[in-house]
Each structure stands twice: as C-alpha cells, then as structure tokens.
Design a protein around this ligand. Structure first.
Ligand SMILES: NC(=O)c1ccc[n+]([C@@H]2O[C@H](COP(=O)([O-])OP(=O)(O)OC[C@H]3O[C@@H](n4cnc5c(N)ncnc54)[C@H](OP(=O)(O)O)[C@@H]3O)[C@@H](O)[C@H]2O)c1
Length: 350
C-alpha cells in the first residue's frame, strides 16, 4: 500500500490534477521528488519505524545447529527470549550437548534431530513443534544447514554433486514447505496509518559464492538456486505478510566448520587413472594451496552474520538481502553480477 510505486502514483495523479504534467517534462522533476521518499516513509510507517517485533511467546526453528552460525544463532535467540527449536544433524553430538547445557532447566531451548535430506525427520520435527509451540506460534524458520564442496567440475562425482544440492537447496525447500503453514499463522498486529498485521519470517543462508564461482561450482550453484527460490517466495508471500530474507555472508571459514583444510591426497586418492593422467600433481597442489589460503583468510568472528539474521527476524521492515562481507567481497559480488562476460573472465579467471 505504501510502497514506492504508490508514492509515484500519488504524485503523478496530483500533478495531473494540477495540470503540471502534459509532456515528458515530468522527468525533470521526478528526480527531486526522490528526495521526498524518506518523508513519505516516515508518514506511511508513522509509529512503527524503528520498533522491533516483540519476542515474547514466539518461536524460531533453525536447521544445522551442531556447529557454526546455527549454533551461535540458537544461543543468541535463546538469550533474547525466543523459544528456539535448535535442530541438529547429530542430536547426541558435542554441539547438541552444549546447547542442552546452556538451556539448563529452561523449556525455551529444544534440541532435536533433523537431517534436512530426510522427509521423516522433517515430519517428526513438525509434530514436535506443534506440541511444544509457545502461544504466538512459529515466527521464524532459519534455513541454515549447509555443506561445502570444492573442486573443479571434472573432479566431482555425480553423487557428491547430488548430495550438496540435496542439503543446501532441496533441504531448504523441504523444510520451507513443511513449516510455511505455521509461519503464515504466526501473526503480529500493528497500527500504522492503516491497521494490519505481519506474519512470520523465512530466512535462507545464501553466500557471496552464490555469485562468485571459483573452485566450488556445485556449492555456488546450490546457493544461486536458493537465491532464486528466496526471491520468488518473497514476492509470492508478500500478500500473506510473510517476509523473506537472504543472508549472504562472505568468507567466515575460520568462524565455523564449513571448510576444513584440504589435502592433496583427499583428491588424488579418489581420482581414476584418466583424471590422474590429465591433471598433474602440481596442478592439484596449486588448487589445494589456493583453497587453503582462501580458508585461512576467512573471518574469525561470526557476530555480524548473527546480527544480520537477528535483524531479519526482529526488524519490522527486514531487508530482502543482507550482504555481510568485506569491501573486497562486496566489490567482487557486484562485479560478478554486473560485469559483461569478457571482463568477468579477465577479473576472475585470468
Ligand atoms: N562460514 C562461511 O564462510 C559461510 C559463508 C556463506 C554462507 N555460509 C552458509 O552458512 C550456513 C551455515 O554454515 P556454517 O558456516 O555455520 O558451517 P558449519 O559450521 O559446517 O555448519 C553447518 C551445519 O549444518 C549441519 N548439516 C550438514 N548437513 C546437514 C543435514 N543434512 N541436515 C541438517 N544439518 C546438516 C552441520 O552439521 P554437522 O556439523 O554435524 O555436520 C552443521 O551444524 C551454510 O548454509 C553455509 O553454506 C557459510
């Protein structure tokens, strides 16, 4: 109702009525009008602008809480007062145990098993959520579980390729289809110029690698597809008040377990004779060094990423995309997206 198109329609209609528009001259004053956008937003969102959603009685389900971002996020949301369904691949593993210890006797942090590739796990998790949901329902789903896969295309077997897509893309789709009906029902009334409501939040962990593909094609492909899925959902769910955000972290390899150090043997031993003959050990050595250097340059602290996810869950007007990256990573992301093919090849693959 109060978006940018309605802003322009309003001024267009006003100008027509006042006889200001009779040729293309309106293009000359459209630009200055842009300056009025913040004022318009203040009016439209009067009383709501900088407030956050109330946390009490709301729940969030996170996938992949054994380690990394998911683990830290579960603890952050628990400390903020959410009821957290922290789902783990290994519910008896170290990460899951640590979460249980943090929860103590509280019944707001639930640790449960969920392998996002398994229909049965997702169905059981839904049943558990339905039985243990607080009064304001399931406010958010954070599709965080993910795995990394590196190597030139020829080195990756079909099964490895299927696995990364199954976890990173199909896993997120599986959980979204299962929990979306609950998210739509979790509503928060608001009073602005007109009264309305927000429904819950859907969050997807994408990556700057969704746009920069270098030695990690199937990871990149899975994240790029997730970007498209998230974008489409954002449009389709707008009428239900559900907000969809994509989180695009840069390289946080040292803050999480996503990218272990690689060894030459790990690749060489799985090569068949033909691959061994066409790729020398020297080439393999340079690839492994490049990947390990990338990893060692990663950030140590995931706080900014957790802040971004928290904002996407709590802000009354969350962003469609949170690009949480260094200046260089942001530059490369935009360059990869906007540069013509030959310049992109020069920049990335020369
Ligand atoms: N770290 C970065 O630099 C970075 C950058 C951009 C995007 N991301 C994305 O952020 C998300 C979280 O990754 P992270 O960096 O925190 O790495 P992480 O520490 O490896 O965490 C990933 C989590 O997903 C879990 N997982 C793996 N397969 C699963 C499955 N089939 N079902 C359910 N859970 C599964 C892992 O469990 P186990 O530990 O038990 O295997 C782990 O807890 C991923 O989607 C990743 O692609 C990370």
């Amino acid at each position: 109702m109060f978006g940018i198109p309605s802003f322009f329609l309003f001024f267009f209609a006003l100008s027509m009525a006042l006889g200001l528009i009779n040729d293309w001259s309106y293009l000359l004053w459209v630009a200055p009008l842009l300056g009025l956008l913040p004022v318009w937003r203040k009016i439209a969102f009067f009383g709501a602008s900088d407030k956050r959603i109330a946390v009490a009685g709301k729940a969030v389900l996170i996938t992949g809480c054994d380690t990394g971002f998911g683990h830290s996020l579960a603890l952050r949301l628990f400390s903020l007062g959410f009821t957290v369904f922290a789902t783990c691949l290994f519910p008896d593993g170290e990460g899951a145990q640590r979460l249980r210890q943090e929860a103590g006797s509280s019944c707001r942090l639930h640790v449960l098993k969920l392998d996002v590739t398994q229909d049965q796990d997702v169905a059981e998790a839904k049943e558990f959520v339905l039985k243990n949901m607080p009064e304001n329902g399931l406010w958010g789903l954070v599709n965080n579980a993910g795995i990394m896969l590196v190597g030139p295309i020829e080195w990756i077997s079909f099964d490895e390729c299927k696995n990364v897509i199954d976890v990173n893309l199909l896993g997120s789709i599986r959980t979204t289809l299962t929990f979306l009906p609950l998210i739509k029902k979790s509503q928060e009334q608001y009073l602005q110029v007109l009264e309305g409501y927000w429904s819950g939040r859907l969050i997807f962990m994408s990556s700057t690698f969704a746009f920069i593909e270098r030695g990690n094609i199937f990871y990149s492909l899975s994240k790029n597809a997730l970007e498209k899925y998230g974008d489409m959902l954002r449009h389709e769910l707008k009428k239900f008040g559900v907000k969809v955000s994509l989180i695009e972290p840069g390289n946080y390899a040292l803050a999480t377990n996503i990218m272990p150090l690689h060894t030459i043997e790990q690749f060489w031993n799985k090569f068949d004779e033909e691959t061994k003959a066409s790729y020398s050990k020297t080439y393999l050595q340079s690839f492994v060094s490049y990947m390990n250097n990338q990893r060692n340059n990663g950030m140590h602290d995931s706080k900014e990423v957790i802040d971004a996810i928290t904002d996407a869950l709590l802000s009354q007007r969350p962003k469609a995309r949170y690009l949480v990256a260094t200046f260089r990573e942001k530059f490369l992301t935009y360059a990869s997206y906007y540069l013509p093919g030959f310049l992109k090849d020069l920049l990335f693959f020369a």
